[in-house]
Design a protein around this ligand. Structure first.
Ligand code: HEC
Length: 253
């Protein structure tokens, strides 16, 4: 059985600021609380990525040593950005014990990763350091798993033919949702897919949120296809609006 949950009316389409919070979710029987948890995890990750992105020029600046970009500053900016985007702070409305654990782990992961890369970020004489939003996100997700891997997993994946890092390869479920939902022409742009599945007798809440290329992604993921980008990977030949990948959230029940 399947129901489509529109979290607000069509009118929301006009309010870009609300688009993240009220992104429609296609649900095949799942707990609403899990949907909220999944959305929060994804939104915190996105906020962190945006903060790194907003400082990319500074990070890449070879003329500046100490950049004052620290674990604490990135976390503070990410929380402020989340609050601005979503209208309330992530820890605002009384988190359940599980959600508090997950939130604290995600924030700690972000703080740790930036702290560990601070020395590299502060290296004078080196321009591009490879510290970009996608890598930051992967490192944060891996650290998050180390902390709460029996409870939850966060990951950024992509269609097989676009995957750069092997660790981002989609699993069977992700591949199927990407191919049979996100890549079909009728899939509403931006709509997440949510499902509760059984794996080896254990229930898992799964959520996949599509992400699309914007103009800023194309310096690396655009054309000409095959040309090597600044990170050393061949460009995918993507265009603005194409499916780039997906944020994948798993909650183990
Ligand atoms: C500076 C070059 C650069 C830019 C700009 C960039 N990316 Fe990437 N992207 C990468 C690299 C490098 C990786 C592999 C990261 C890793 O090792 O995990 C990656 C990985 C990804 C992944 C994860 C799957 C995979 O291939 O490993 C997605 C999804 C993605 N990028 C989407 C985007 C989107 C959407 C944007 C724009 C908002 C963007 N990227 C901007 C370089 C870039």
């Amino acid at each position: 059985m399947k129901r489509s949950v529109m979290r607000c009316g069509l009118i929301c389409g006009g309010f870009l600021a609300m688009a993240v919070l009220f992104a429609p979710v296609d649900v095949a029987v799942a707990d609403d609380d899990d949907v909220v948890t999944g959305e929060r995890l994804a939104a915190v990750l996105r906020a962190g990525r945006s903060v790194i992105s907003s400082h990319q020029d500074l990070i890449n600046d070879e003329t500046i040593g100490e950049k004052n970009l620290t674990g604490d500053s990135v976390v503070a900016e990410a929380l402020a950005l989340y609050t601005e985007r979503e209208g309330n702070p992530p820890e605002g409305d009384g988190l359940t014990e599980r959600d508090k654990l997950l939130f604290d782990a995600q924030i700690a992961a972000m703080r740790e990763i930036v702290s560990e890369y601070e020395e590299l970020i502060d290296t004078e004489g080196v321009g591009f350091k490879g510290f970009i939003p996608a890598i930051f996100a992967r490192l944060v997700n891996e650290r998050f798993s180390e902390k709460v891997g029996d409870l939850a997993k966060t990951k950024v994946t992509a269609p097989d033919e676009l995957v750069r890092n092997r660790k981002a390869r989609p699993d069977e479920w992700e591949r199927q949702v990407i191919e049979e939902k996100f890549l079909t022409k009728d899939w509403p742009k931006g709509e997440a897919y949510v499902e509760e599945i059984d794996r080896d007798g254990r229930k898992e809440f799964r959520m996949l949120i599509p992400e699309y290329y914007s103009a800023s992604c194309l310096t690396c993921h655009g054309g000409p296809k095959g040309e090597v980008d600044v990170t050393g990977y061949p460009k995918e030949g993507g265009a603005e609006g194409d499916l780039a990948g997906a944020i994948s959230i798993t909650l183990y029940k």
